[in-house]
Design a protein around this ligand. Sequence first.
Ligand code: GUN
Ligand code: ZN
Length: 465
Amino acid sequence: MTQATNPANPAKAPTNTPAKAAQSAFRAQLLTFNGDPAHSPDAAVFHEDGLLIVEDGHVAAAGAYAALASRLAPGTQVHEMRDKLIVPGFIDTHIHFPQTDMIASPAPGLLPWLDTYTFPTERRFTDMAYARDTASFFIDELLACGTTTALVYCTVHKESADALFTESEARNLRMVAGKVLMDRNCPEFLRDTAQSGYDDSAELIGRWHNRGRQMYALTPRFAPTSTEAQLEACGMLARQHPDVFIQSHVAENLDEVKWVAGLFPGHRSYLDIYDHYGLLRRRAVYGHCIHFDEEDRKRMAQTGAVASHCPTSNLFLGSGLFDFDKADAAGMPIALATDVGGGTSFSMLQTMNEAHKVARLGGHHLTATRMFYLATAGAAEVLDLADKVGTLKPNSEADFVVLDPQATPLLARRTARTESLEELLFAFALLGDDRAVYETYAAGKRVHRRDDVRQHAPRTAKIAA
Ligand code: GUN
Ligand code: ZN
């Protein structure tokens, strides 16, 4: 990348005019969306020679260079990156930050994986120094993958949510997170109570929700680890705070579905439990949604609750295959997610790779154009964040990613031969990962540069004989 002063308007800035918001500009290929490509053929907006102008952390304009160059203020630095593709920052709608250190832990399915690795790891989050260090690494990793917004599960400890929000606030990221609620069917050392979970969540909402770019999510882990009293208390908080998010897991694994049916007799389905406690609505986001019936899908569509599809996790844990055709037919809101540490990559590009294959196995052709939409504008739309992030629309918060089609020799060779936008995006989705993310910007500031060296933790693992 080279930098140059505005070639279209090279005059010097006058010295005695009042200070205007500093402008920065990026000349690159641009991609944004004004709708779902599955429903409207013109939804993808692509400029081969584009210009993105940023002012005060927001998008001032994005479009064809030829149409916008005259809007550059005198003296504005133009970042020349015409060989790169700028897209809105990726949105990961389901991820567990405390599971960072246990990603890629082997287990025969969800429930043994929770018992063997997840709960013991989450126990460590009583240690604030460990929580802060993990949160910092976790956010570095998200940014290295081009993810600028995520819906994040913390642990049952309220301090873990403080740790995550503190790190996110320090980098001015738009993040959604919450303390896990869990008062049964887990080790004693990870339990709250219906009352303490309510009190801690209310305190965290008061401290963090809508503070700068931070937002809160009520986070009952999943129905089996909450008593009816806890779900009732969670529903009450949801009614008291209609704009907070809600996040949980549903219908991920057949053993889990069977277990839930025994714990909550009298409900039509697993999803119906959340419905009963008032936890289905806009800004309610449910991980997995695999073992659903038509009534469940219809109910998600009616309430505006979002299905967060986590393909790398579903394949890794052998949970099942999300059904895109049925989800679309029911009009169920859909977004994509990594579900780290059940998921095996922080990269939304790798997530698209696996989403495409899961859809293929179900006889559905999921295009790369739609997957880029689902990971950006589509997620923002279903999360009621479309006025803030997910696009390059004027006044949006300037969160964006610079993708490098030449990141690896193979990607360079393949992208040199792509003949359409779909082929280019498909190559990024199938061959890309953090290496394809050249730079990441949040609120107009660069928060990651691939070629900067990151520190790596020293090896401390012990291998049993
Ligand atoms: N269900 C309940 N907790 C979890 C979790 O941490 N990960 C996944 N994938 N599923 C869950
Ligand atoms: Zn999860």
